[in-house]
Each structure stands twice: as C-alpha cells, then as structure tokens.
Design a protein around this ligand. Structure first.
Ligand code: SF4
Length: 325
C-alpha cells in the first residue's frame, strides 16, 4: 500500500509521519529516528533497479539484511529471499507494480547467508521468490539457475532441509525436477499455483500457460518425483468466470490430486490491470459457493492422500507449539 499510494497516505491520514516501501525496510530504524527528531513527514518509497532487468542492486541486500537467530521466531528454520519483484504482470496482481522488476541475488551471497544461518543452528532453509524457479544469477558471466543454487547449498554441512516457494508453472524445468529428485536435502514439496483450470480465465489473468500445459507439467513432476507433495493456489470468481469455467477448475483439482490448495475469492485491487480492464461481475454469493465447493473437493483429496501416512514413521521437524490445541 505504501508503494502504491505513496503521498496519498499523508493526505488521507494526517497523523502519519512516515511512509516506507519494501525497498527501504532495512533503513527503518534510522528513518524512525529522523521522524522522532521532528524532521517532518517523510516519504521513502524508491525501488532501486526499476527498469534494470535481472540486475542486482544494493537496495536488494539492504531490504533483506542478514538474519540473526535472535530475530527469528524459530531458531532452526529460516526464510532466505533469493529474488525480489516480478516480470510476469498477471492482471489481478499488484506485485510487479509495487515491487518492481525481477532482481536476483548473487548465488555466492545467498550461500554466505545460508552458511551463517546454519552456523547459528538453523536446520531448514526456505528460499523465497515471487517466481522462485525463474531465479537466474549471471554474476561473472556464468548463469546459475535455481537447480544450480540448490546443488550449491546442498553441500553446506549441517543443513538438513531445503525448500523453495513460490514456483511459476512455466519455469518448472527438467533440470530443477532432477535437482529435487537427486538432492536428498531438498524437500519434495512443490507449490505451483494453477489459479484456474479454464483457458478462458487463464488468458484473462495473463498467466502465460494453458490448462493443458499445466497438466503436462504436473505429469512430468509425477513421473520424475513420484513422492512430490504438490500444492496450488486458485482464484474463484475472477472477472467473467462462468459456471463452465469453474467446473474445469473443479476437474483440475480432482485430477491434480494436490496435497493442499489455497483458495481465494477474487477481489478487485486498484492499480491492477484487471481492475481497469474487466468488471468484477461474479456475484459474491456465487464466489462463496464456488470457494466452498472447491475447498470440499480439495479436502476430500487431501484426506484420501493423507491416509497412507497412518502408521508410517517419518522424520519430522518440530516447529513449536500449535496455536490451536
Ligand atoms: S501472481 Fe505471481 S507471477 Fe503473477 S504477477 Fe503476481 S507475483 Fe508475478
């Protein structure tokens, strides 16, 4: 919101002293001090690297300062951002607009951070990116993709588990699946949002793939990594979506046998292309019904697929006490 609305926030809320975008988060302490010293309202929303495709900038490192165990909620787990921004421009999404173009951190820098985390007692690292599997570091003229990065991190002694989210279906390469298959520390967990099972809706969303190509990708995952737990995201009630479109999404969820799906009802976001191009014309009660129906199908699939775990012994990582008892 800070990145999108910028100075408008001062106009809407006169008590606000400071508006900070994601590119300046690491400077927050100094910015707060400046405001506390009564140096007036401040607007800090620059996104270094805008317009420089795949270039890495200093702001990126500043955005994600090295983490210390003291700052992490769970000392043996950590998230490490390996890229920032997105080049895809799905019509419903605000991310490219507010986070700028895709920027990738150098593999050596990521490796350093992971080593420090492991030295501090971390066992599990999750690599983060909006489209994490399009990661590409070209420092020094050599290209390192996500598969290469996983291989590099896999060699770190003491690290037990590696995960990565979120994947884009178009970048799920054979090389990456080979890495997931062949590197024991890489969890066979793949979150690959489909968003819809209808080509008409996917086209309107500008997702850049078809329902058929998504299914082919899923088949390749099943062939190469049969034990993979694949999860997905779905949006129901996108602009212009019909009952027939929705039934195609239901078919995909039944066929895809996802471990879990995160299902969202579409809501229009100002400053997205969908907001300007299309009417939010699916009634709220239809969105709610579709949401419930899709959730019911997914829950049935999840329950069935979890049954084989009854009585099995598996290695687990205790994350802490659950909020719900
Ligand atoms: S939905 Fe994901 S891939 Fe699409 S624009 Fe947003 S961040 Fe990028």
């Amino acid at each position: 919101m800070a990145q999108k609305d910028q100075a408008t926030i001062f106009r809407r809320a006169s008590h606000v002293d400071l508006v900070v975008g994601p590119g300046q988060l690491a400077r927050l302490p100094a910015l707060l001090e400046a405001v506390a010293a009564d140096r007036g309202p401040r607007l800090e929303v620059g996104l270094d690297g805008t317009g420089r495709r795949r270039g890495t900038t200093a702001s990126f490192a500043r955005f994600d300062p090295p983490r210390t165990p003291r700052l992490r909620e769970v000392p043996h787990q950590a998230m490490v951002r390996i890229m920032f921004g997105c080049d895809k421009f799905c019509t419903y999404c605000i991310v490219p607009r507010v986070r700028g173009p895709e920027q990738n951190r150098p593999a050596a820098e990521i490796e350093d951070e992971v080593r420090r985390l492991v030295d501090g007692g971390c066992l599990e690292v999750t690599l983060l990116g909006q489209t994490v599997n399009s990661y590409r570091d070209q420092t020094g003229g050599r290209t390192v993709g996500l598969a290469g990065l996983l291989e590099r991190l896999h060699g770190i002694e003491g690290l037990r588990r590696l995960k990565f989210v979120t994947n884009h279906p178009r970048h799920m390469t054979t090389e990456l699946l080979e890495a997931v298959r062949d590197l024991p520390k890489v969890s066979p967990y793949l979150h690959v949002p489909a968003q819809s099972g209808s080509n008409r809706v996917l086209e309107r969303m500008r997702r850049g793939y078809t329902a058929e190509s998504y299914r082919e990708m899923l088949q390749q995952i099943r062939q190469m990594v049969p034990a993979a737990a694949v999860t997905s995201d779905f949006i129901v009630g996108f602009c212009g979506e019909t009952e027939a479109d929705f039934q195609q999404t239901m078919d995909l969820v039944r066929w895809g046998r996802f471990k879990n799906s995160f299902i969202f009802k579409y809501s229009p976001r100002p400053a997205t292309r969908a907001f300007d191009l299309y009417a939010d014309d699916v009634p709220e009660e239809v969105k709610r019904r579709w949401n419930n129906e899709l959730l019911a199908v997914q829950n049935a699939v999840s329950l069935e697929d979890n049954q084989p775990f009854l009585g099995r012994e598996v290695e687990i990582l205790v994350e802490g006490r659950a909020n719900r008892r």
